[in-house]
Design a protein around this ligand. Structure first.
Ligand SMILES: Nc1nc(=O)c2c([nH]1)NC[C@@H]1CN(c3ccc(C(=O)N[C@@H](CCC(=O)O)C(=O)O)cc3)C=[N+]21
Ligand SMILES: [Mg+2]
Length: 358
């Protein structure tokens, strides 16, 4: 009994500590923390962050309080405005701008929305974008030839093949065809391999994982030595996120559809990143009090009241989780906008590399 009590006490203390650290981080805007994956001139970003980000109205540290809802949209806007400034500086000093090519095969409505958002974000940041649309039933050669023409185009520094591709196309073959230097999604096997291996650096970190880690950095969440659980093992989110968390010295477990006791494993985590695509998968009993929860799930569910006929929900039962977690990202308005900001960041980095512009 004694032991059980002290274990509960330890958890409560940890919960309180987490909330305290995060609230203090927000109140003093540790958003000023020198750590960032957006490789821009640090002093500039951090000044901009201090100006643009408003702290939440209540900074009480009491354990009864709901989790801080991490405003990914606001942080993404801040990053995008910093990128816009960099693009302007590049244009003024060398007369060049970064260029992104987006290839969309087929007519998926969600893909069309994401692609439109990406192109709009490029425009706002002063990044040139080229959009190439191909029909659902187009042959593989047609996609490969578009990829190869963008590979050759010196004004294009990033190429994005919107996933998922239609069934008849070989995704591995198409992603392999991208020039490594232009793989701003970071999905090329060479980039992924370099992300996985110690002592190596990938040219690009995949956008969604990079956005998740950036949110942790900006909220002053310590990663080193913490238990992190990643739910999902997809090539685009789960796998690279687990690798990235290991790079920052977390102890990482990956939970997936065939895991025996996912809630038990997840409830040990200080940091939970969930990318399963299953609405309401993560309930309050999955969470350790004070955990930081990054919800990557984007499941379109039918909603006749929305103008598009659907709306996006995450993997986390938000109403329950806010009562237990210390910080949580919403869907929409959390990781999604960060993904786009990181795509622009990778495209800018790529252009800087191509022109040797510092
Ligand atoms: N090659 C490739 N690269 C990708 O990065 C890629 C992809 N394929 N295929 C699909 C997924 C999904 N994805 C999202 C990007 C932005 C939002 C986003 O901005 N979401 C907004 C809401 C958007 C809305 O309301 O429709 C939000 O969460 O607030 C969501 C999802 C990128 N993906
Ligand atoms: Mg995804």
């Amino acid at each position: 009994m004694m032991e059980i009590m002290s274990s509960i006490e330890r958890r409560m203390a940890a919960a309180w500590h987490n909330k305290y650290v995060i609230r203090r981080a927000i109140s003093t805007q540790i958003l000023m923390s020198p750590q960032s994956l957006v490789s821009l001139d640090l002093p500039e970003i951090w000044t901009a962050a201090a100006d643009n980000l408003r702290p939440p109205t209540s900074l009480n540290c009491s354990n009864e309080q709901d989790a801080v809802v991490i405003d990914g949209k606001l942080i993404a806007e801040d990053i995008r405005s910093t990128i816009a400034t960099e693009v302007r500086r590049m244009k003024e000093s060398i007369g060049k701008v970064p260029g992104l090519a987006v290839i969309l095969v087929g007519q998926r409505r969600d893909s069309q929305t994401y692609v439109r958002n990406k192109i709009k974000a490029c425009e706002e940041a002063g990044i040139k974008s080229l959009f190439h649309e191909l029909p659902e039933d187009c042959p593989e050669d047609a996609v490969l030839s578009v990829v190869s023409s963008f590979n050759e185009d010196p004004t294009i520094h990033g190429i994005l093949v919107q996933l998922p591709l239609p069934q008849h196309l070989d995704e591995v073959k198409i992603l392999n065809a991208l020039s490594l230097e232009k793989d701003v999604d970071g999905f090329h096997p060479m980039n992924m391999g370099n992300l996985a291996m110690r002592g190596r650096e990938p040219l690009f970190i995949p956008c969604t994982p990079k956005g998740c880690i950036e949110l942790l950095f900006r909220f002053g969440v310590e990663i080193m030595g913490k238990n992190a659980v990643v739910i999902g093992r997809s090539n685009v989110v789960g796998l690279p996120t687990s690798l990235l968390l290991q790079r920052y010295h977390a102890t990482v477990s990956v939970v997936h559809a065939l895991t025996n006791n996912p809630e038990e494993i997840t409830s040990e985590a200080d940091i939970v990143v969930t990318a399963a695509g299953v609405p309401n998968l993560v309930r309050s009993n999955w969470l350790k009090p004070g955990a930081v929860v990054i919800d990557v799930g984007t499941c379109p569910i039918e909603d006749p009241s929305s103008e598009f006929g659907y709306r996006l929900v995450g993997d986390v039962c938000h109403e329950e989780a806010v009562k237990v977690a210390s910080a949580i990202t919403p869907v929409p308005g959390g990781v999604g906008p960060m993904t786009i900001a990181m795509l622009l960041s990778n495209t800018l980095d790529s252009a800087k590399r191509a022109y040797e512009f510092v």
